[in-house]
Write a protein that binds this ligand. Structure first.
Ligand code: HH2
Length: 261
C-alpha cells in the first residue's frame, strides 16, 4: 500500500502548519495523532523551505527538531517511523542518532549519512535554495530533467549502500505551476524508472492557482484541501509509493480506496 508521510513542522513560519506545533509536547501529541489517523511515517521539520523562507541557524534547528524526534521515536516504536526533513548534515546526524529512520533530504546530498545509519533516504529535486529557487524554474523538458537527476542520485546512493530510496520530483521547488502539472501528468515516467516515487503536493501554491484559475491570486492555503486530495489521489493512481501530506486522516481514507499495492 502507498505509504502516508504526515508533515510535522516544528517551525514558526512553515507555509501551512507554521506555529501550530512549536511546543515540543504539542508536536509529539500531533505526531501520535497522525499515526492513529493512518500515517506510516511522521516527518519532522525545523526549517521552512517555502519560497523566500528565512534560513534557520544550525543550533536553532537542532533545538527544534531533536527532542521531538527522540520522544516520537520512543512513543511510536513498532507502530510507525520518524523521518527528519532537513538540509543540514548536523541536524540529519543528530536526528538519526535520536531515532529517526528516514532522512528526507531536499538537498539531495546527504545519502552517506543514510547509508551509515542504515536509514531510508528520500531524494528530492530542487534547484538553488529557497531564496533563489523560483528564479531557476527554467527547463527544456522538466520531466526528463528531473527524472535524470533523481535516477543519477538514487543510483549513487544505492551504490554507496543506501538500502531504501524514494525519489521525489520536488513539487513547488524551482517549479512553476505548469512544471508542477507536467510532473504530475507524467508521473508515470518517474514510476517507470523502478525507483519508489514520493510526492508532496499538500496545500501547495499551484493547488490554489488551479482552484482559483488565477496565477496571481491563488486560493488561500486553508482552502486547498480538496485540490490537494485530488492531486494526491492522482499521484497514487499513477503509482506513487509514498505521499507527503498535512491532512493524514483524509489521505489515509483515500489510500484505502486507491492506494497502490
Ligand atoms: N515539501 C516541503 C517540505 N519538504 N520534502 C519532500 N520530500 N517533498 C516535498 O514535496 C516537500 C518536502 C514543503 O512543505 P512544508 O513542509 O509543508 O512547508 P515548509 O517548507 O514551509 O515548512
Amino acid at each position: 500500500m502507498t505509504l502516508v508521510m504526515g508533515v510535522l513542522n516544528v517551525t514558526p513560519d512553515s507555509f501551512y502548519d507554521g506555529g501550530r506545533w512549536e511546543d515540543p509536547e504539542v508536536a509529539v501529541d500531533r505526531g501520535c495523532e497522525m499515526v492513529e489517523q493512518g500515517a506510516d511515517i511522521v516527518d519532522v521539520g525545523g526549517e521552512s523551505t517555502r519560497p523566500n523562507a528565512a534560513p534557520v541557524g544550525e543550533p536553532e534547528e537542532l533545538r527544534r527538531v531533536v527532542p521531538v524526534v527522540k520522544e516520537l521515536a520512543l512513543r511510536l516504536e513498532g507502530r510507525a517511523r520518524v523521518s527528519v526533513d532537513t538540509r543540514k548534515r548536523a541536524v540529519a546526524q543528530a536526528a538519526l542518532e535520536a531515532g529517526a529512520t528516514v532522512l528526507n533530504d531536499v538537498s539531495a546530498s546527504l545519502w552517506p549519512l543514510a547509508a551509515e545509519a542504515r536509514a531510508g533516504w528520500v531524494v528530492m529535486h530542487m534547484r538553488g535554495d529557497p531564496t533563489t529557487m523560483m528564479s531557476l524554474a527554467r527547463y527544456d523538458d522538466v520531466v526528463s530533467e528531473v527524472k535524470a537527476f533523481l535516477v543519477d542520485r538514487a543510483q549513487q546512493a544505492a551504490g554507496d549502500g543506501v538500502g531504501e530510496v524514494w525519489v521525489d520530483p520536488g513539487i513547488g521547488f524551482a517549479k512553476t505551476t505548469s512544471h508542477n502539472l507536467a510532473l504530475l501528468a507524467r508521473l508515470g515516467e518517474l514510476v517507470a524508472t523502478g525507483w519508489p516515487v514520493a510526492v508532496g503536493v499538500s496545500h501547495k501554491r499551484f493547488v490554489g492557482v488551479v482552484a482559483a484559475a488565477d496565477a496571481d491570486w491563488p486560493a488561500p492555503v486553508e482552502e486547498r484541501l480538496e485540490g490537494s486530495l485530488a492531486a494526491t489521489v492522482w499521484a497514487m493512481e499513477k503509482g506513487a509509493a509514498l505521499v507527503r501530506v498535512h491532512d493524514v486522516k483524509a489521505t489515509a481514507d483515500a489510500v484505502k480506496l486507491v492506494g497502490t499495492k
